[in-house]
Design a protein around this ligand. Structure first.
Ligand code: 5GP
Ligand code: MN
Length: 381
């Protein structure tokens, strides 16, 4: 199929180079419409394969990425609810803990945290006849669960919206232009004809992922299709204002104090590059009674400073430094993170990690960002 698309693209290019321009533009148009028809056909083939794999399976395990966010948990739990309606035995195994501000979601209590309960996770994986990876596209993002996944000889599906996927599954549904994995899954479920299986619990989960990955529909959400999906979810009787309240207005006092501390004492600017960076060490986190998810969203705050279009946040963890990057406009933080912090993600939202010390990691950022920024300015990336 790939070969076929390559030769089709080559064929179109050939015609553009020909002399008889207007005649050939028409031919190119026809060929492009064949091309887009074939893309749609591939979509439907993928959906059919996805449907068939689910129908043929009984024990399904859904895995989101490590440190799962609203989209990863929403997609996992929402899909879990839909598959349960189809009478499947389904379990969600998270590589690490989910943030507390998502604990209200139906199904979180049953989700198994591999880090906390490796033996149960391994036992459930041993029974699985289908694995579904959601919201990640390289196995490294499954953290230590990667080793267990590699041991299994079962069919795998990936549903994700990050660019540049690794070939990690038999069926790969990858749409980087989609706002969120939750939007993509809901879209696929509708196309398959399973909308009836989306109950209110599932709809709440899917809405949460769309809301958190788009900053409450404030970015990466200008495609009318996103609003069509939101409209469909609202028809499932979800209370979107309640969800907003539960996710964004359930801060603990200590999280607010930690935010005050990082903005007040640990925020620095690099005016030449229109960049800002912040960091927190383990002592600062402990002092503020840190819980998973407490620093979620911190990296976005500097982007509200006039003239700041790049933001970085570094946080000391037990075994590594977790890095988060955000940008506005065309600066590709995913490429920067991939080059310098073994990471990736989207053009405007990426993450990575470092095994150096916290200070060394921050210094690396301060040194490397201007070099990368100049290359970006000179279109040399
Ligand atoms: P966050 O900063 O919220 O952890 O992550 C931002 C985005 O980058 C998310 O889409 C996330 O999936 C992706 N991301 C975060 N950390 C990594 C990483 O270490 N590797 C890759 N490839 N992507 C990451
Ligand atoms: Mn996502």
């Amino acid at each position: 199929m790939v070969l076929f698309f390559q030769s089709l693209a080559f064929f179109c290019k050939d015609y553009v180079n020909d002399d008889n321009i207007s005649n050939n533009l028409n031919i190119v148009k026809i060929r492009l419409s064949i091309f887009s028809y074939l893309c749609r056909m591939t979509d439907s083939l993928l959906r059919d394969s996805f449907k068939q794999l689910i129908e043929a399976s009984n024990n399904i395990i859904i895995v989101p990425h490590l440190n799962p966010d609203g989209d990863a948990m929403g997609a996992s739990l929402g899909l879990n609810h839909v598959l349960k309606q189809l009478n499947k035995e389904v379990h969600v195994i998270t590589p690490t803990a989910y943030p507390l501000f998502l604990s209200w979601m139906e199904g979180t209590a049953e989700a198994v945290n591999y880090e906390q309960n490796a033996s149960l996770s391994v036992a459930l994986l041993a029974k699985a006849d289908l694995l579904i990876f959601v919201d990640f596209n390289c196995l490294k993002r499954a953290g230590k669960l990667e080793n267990e996944i590699l041991k299994l000889n079962v069919k795998k599906v990936m549903i994700d919206h990050h660019p540049y996927p690794d070939p990690i599954a038999d069926v790969m549904i990858s749409v980087p232009s989609c706002s969120s994995t939750c939007e993509l899954i809901y879209h696929v479920i509708n196309k398959i004809g399973w909308n009836n299986y989306v109950n209110t619990n599932a709809a709440e989960c899917f809405y949460t992922g769309i809301m958190t990955d788009t900053g409450s529909l404030s970015y990466n959400s200008s495609n009318p299709e996103t609003y069509r999906m939101v409209a469909g979810l609202l028809e499932k009787n979800i209370d979107k204002d309640k969800i907003h309240q539960l996710v964004f207005h359930s801060n603990s006092f200590s999280r607010m104090k930690l935010l005050g501390h990082v903005l007040g004492s640990k925020l620095f600017l690099m005016p030449e590059e229109g960049a800002a960076y912040m960091w927190l060490d383990k002592n600062e986190l402990q002092k503020h009674n840190f819980k998973p998810g407490d620093t979620e969203g911190f990296v976005n705050y500097p982007l509200s400073i006039e003239g700041i279009n790049i933001s970085a946040f570094f946080m000391e963890q037990d075994d590594k430094i977790k890095c988060s990057f955000r940008s506005r406009g065309s600066f590709p933080v995913n490429k920067f993170s991939e080059l310098h912090f073994s990471g990736g993600g989207h053009q405007n939202a990426a993450g990575g990690e470092s095994t150096s010390s916290l200070i060394e990691s921050v210094e690396k950022f301060i040194t490397q960002l201007p070099i990368f920024y100049n290359k970006f300015k000179n279109n040399d990336i």
